[in-house]
Ligand binder design. Structure first.
Ligand SMILES: Nc1ncnc2c1ncn2[C@@H]1O[C@H](COP(=O)(O)OP(=O)(O)OP(=O)(O)O)[C@@H](O)[C@H]1O
Length: 232
């Protein structure tokens, strides 16, 4: 069994505050893994370390067998939890930016995803609604032929119809030779697409496993387990 991601004893401190505490985690190739946690549990901090935007205080992260750096950034396609495109752009400019930046960007796939999302290349970024922004960002990220996709809160703040469309796009475009990490606290909407789940609480993994096995073991949906773990 190959691991696309290996995290060993990962700790991140901001001054004296420990945000990730000796975290260890392996993710197998071909899996969609949900990192589930309430606000402030450390999800975005973990993702930023995996994508090289933040440096850990201690511990090791290997992606596809390599430490985080230029090499791993080339094989990771990352959807941040905020908009990353310039307001003056049209969707077509965003497409060209991605094409220039990432050799694995598939323009045809991007065109198909835009059609699916009912977006057009002539649209200006600053006229898009929040849901349309999320759909565009996701279309760009999914159009790369990456080994690992990391989606930070892909459906936060979008309406239920847009949510379904986004989830369908993720499921339909997931290539089983790649792997995906999705952070969310909207567990009910996402649990059916997750192979494995990791519950992150105050910087610690408090529960992890195969989603189906956990449902059987606990006799509950992952969403209900989440409510028990996080006391909602
Ligand atoms: N630059 C920083 N300096 C100090 N503390 C920080 C910094 N960034 C994050 N934190 C703290 O680290 C903790 C974890 O934050 P993080 O953003 O990783 O959580 P999260 O699980 O992604 O939460 P959310 O769901 O709200 O995005 C929080 O308590 C936050 O206040």
């Amino acid at each position: 069994m190959n691991h696309i991601l290996e995290v060993k004893n990962l700790t991140k401190k901001y001054l004296n505050k420990t945000v990730l505490d000796q975290l260890s985690l392996n993710i197998e190739e071909g899996k969609i893994v949900g990192i589930l946690g309430s606000n402030g549990s450390g999800k975005t901090t973990l993702i930023k370390i995996l994508t090289g935007l933040l440096r850990q205080t201690s511990g090791e992260v290997l992606i596809d067998g390599r430490s985080v750096g230029v090499g791993t950034k080339a094989v990771v396609s990352y959807l941040p939890d905020r908009n990353f495109l310039y307001k003056w752009m049209k969707i077509d400019d965003a497409c060209n930016l991605y094409k220039d930046f990432y050799s694995d960007f598939d323009e045809n796939k991007f065109g198909e995803l835009l059609d699916f999302m009912k977006l057009e290349k002539i649209m200006k970024i600053d006229t898009l609604s929040k849901g349309m922004h999320e759909k565009l960002n996701l279309s760009l990220v999914l159009s790369r032929n990456a080994k690992l996709y990391i989606l930070d809160e892909p459906i936060a703040g979008v309406d239920p119809v847009a949510r379904d469309q986004i989830l369908n796009a993720i499921i339909n475009n997931f290539n089983e030779k790649s792997s995906m990490i999705i952070t969310t606290h909207l567990v009910r909407d996402m649990e059916n697409m997750l192979d494995d789940v990791v519950f992150l609480k105050d910087g610690n993994i408090v529960l992890t496993g195969n989603a189906e096995a956990l449902r059987e073991e606990k006799g509950m949906q992952i969403d209900d387990i989440y409510k028990v773990v996080f006391g909602e």
